[in-house]
Design a protein around this ligand. Structure first.
Ligand code: NAP
Ligand code: MG
Length: 463
């Protein structure tokens, strides 16, 4: 692993202003694998100044030229795929196959989509006697979580660059090494100095300084609802743009006409992937009472194939492991039936949690309402479709979901769900489809043209 001692600001690596460091831990063996500097408000200020200085030039660059830089960035990410995957495995704990296909692979696709969109997007349109210009918002402060360390970065930085914005990134303290690799890739791709800047550091220090900085025009945050709420309030107070991608408690609704085995297996796989650390995970499985026990048996059988230390990685940190175990204990205490897994540690070392299935979960239980962010799935029983809809829509969240059943019925049901994305009968992930939340799952959308539009504002010229 390469050792940089600094922050990437204004096109070069420079020493941090302070002396604080963050230890990076491999969650599979609990060993410290690196240290990175803990950035201070001074570092954030230097990065924002660099981004501001670079903004007029980058904003004035022809979209085709911005597209070429983003394409170069995509190519570097593709060329360094193995190194990226290894780094994500080391600091997040993702099993190698998942690290290669999703953590390293998806960002290449998303960066590629923005290389194409930068070149083809209509940055000018005619509306009656007006020409409407879609102009970059300015300097973007991007604050990202650790769960998909590179995807979360690329899903913000690539559209911001395509729009003509410049960026300061504060990545999660748990996964700063992947963020450094991204900064190296941005450098190699030939982006002009100051267009992309990286400040590693702690959320309440570097993150907060970035969110509050008057030189930042738009804050794009992905993470917990608690922090998102604060960032939204800060941005509102300063009258600046904000995009929030927050938590989820998505429903996997299995209608009576569904292929039950397929729906249950896909549902378990969806939750167990990335050890359940996915904001859009279908953590509530809703099954009609007539087929409920059959579904519980299928779920127990499916989850048994997720062996901790093999197909199932650890959680990112001791803190997350303890948080998830606390939810499992609470589920038991509130009367849910433990069908598989439980709060005990399945491995002697590493932040592992047993893949856990709860049955007889009712809507008022904590495990049916709060985001657990671990390999835990709750099976809930419904009486009829209206009951299923009430349960599905009955949380403060609305990020994703799934419906299985006869095509027409499934689509009709999906139309009634209060959520930003619904996969029908195993519909595939689409990297161009808008991704984002209804209700407290967030504000704004990422990916595709909708993700690009977040970083633009309009100016109308009348003739
Ligand atoms: P978090 O604290 O919200 O972290 C997200 C990002 O915000 C990190 O870069 C974090 O820095 C930063 N941050 C923290 N406090 C901040 C502040 N006061 N001002 C500005 N930035 C700040 O999330 P977490 O603690 O890592 O995870 C807790 C829970 O959040 C999870 O269990 C899960 O439920 C949810 N979560 C959701 C997503 C998602 O994709 N929607 C992703 C991760 C977590 P640090 O890394 O230094 O904390
Ligand atoms: Mg945190």
């Amino acid at each position: 692993m390469k050792a940089h001692d600094g922050m990437y600001i204004g096109g070069r690596w420079r020493p941090a202003a302070g002396t604080g460091t963050i230890a990076v831990v491999d969650p599979a063996d609990e060993q410290v694998i690196a240290h990175v500097p803990a950035g201070s408000p001074e570092d954030v200020d230097a990065a924002v100044r660099a981004a501001r200085a670079a903004f007029p030039g980058w904003a004035a660059t022809a979209p085709g030229d911005r597209a070429a830089r983003i394409a170069a960035l995509r190519d570097v990410l593709a060329a360094r795929r193995e190194e990226i995957a290894r780094t994500v495995t080391a600091e997040l704990g993702a099993p190698p196959r998942l690290a290669e296909t999703v953590h390293a692979g998806l960002p290449v696709v998303v960066a590629g989509s923005y290389a194409e969109l930068a070149a083809s997007y209509a940055f000018e349109e005619t509306v009656g006697n007006s020409t409407v210009l879609h102009e970059p918002v300015g300097v973007v402060g991007a604050i990202t979580p650790w769960n998909y360390p590179l995807h979360q970065i690329v899903a913000k930085v690539a559209p911001a660059l395509a729009a003509g914005c410049t960026v300061v990134l504060k990545p999660a303290e748990d996964t700063p090494l992947t963020a450094r690799l991204f900064a190296e890739a941005a450098h190699e791709s030939g982006l002009p100095d100051g267009v992309f800047n990286l400040v590693t550091g702690l959320g309440p220090v570097a993150g907060q300084a970035l969110a509050e900085h008057p030189g930042v025009d738009l804050v794009s945050f992905t993470g917990s609802t608690a922090v998102g709420r604060r960032i939204g309030a800060t941005a509102g107070g300063a009258v600046k743009r904000v995009a929030l991608e927050l938590g989820g408690k998505s429903a996997n609704v299995i209608l009576p006409g569904a292929d039950l085995s397929r729906a249950v297996h896909a549902g378990i796989a969806n939750v167990m992937s990335n050890s359940g650390q996915t904001c859009s995970a279908w953590t509530r499985m809703l099954v009609h009472r007539d087929r409920y026990e059959e579904a519980v048996a299928l779920a127990a059988e499916a989850v048994a194939t997720y062996v901790p230390g093999d197909r199932l990685g650890p959680l990112v940190s001791a803190r997350q492991r303890d948080r998830v175990r606390g939810y499992i204990e609470q589920g038991v205490a509130e009367g849910a039936r433990l069908v598989a897994g439980g709060p005990e540690s399945p491995c002697a070392t590493g932040y592992y949690v047993s893949p856990t299935v709860f049955a007889d979960v009712t809507p008022e239980m904590t495990i049916a309402q709060e985001e657990i962010f671990g390999p835990v799935v709750s099976l809930m029983r419904y009486e009829d479709e209206d009951d299923a809809l009430r349960i599905a829509n009955g949380t403060v969240y609305g990020l994703a979901g799934a419906v299985w059943g006869d095509h027409e019925e499934a689509v009709a049901f999906a139309r009634r769900m209060d959520t930003g994305q619904v996969d029908i009968n195993g519909g595939r992930f689409n990297p161009l489809a808008p991704f984002g939340g209804y209700k407290q799952s967030g504000v704004g959308r990422e990916l595709g043209t909708h993700g690009l539009a977040e970083y633009l504002h309009t100016k109308s010229l009348q003739f």
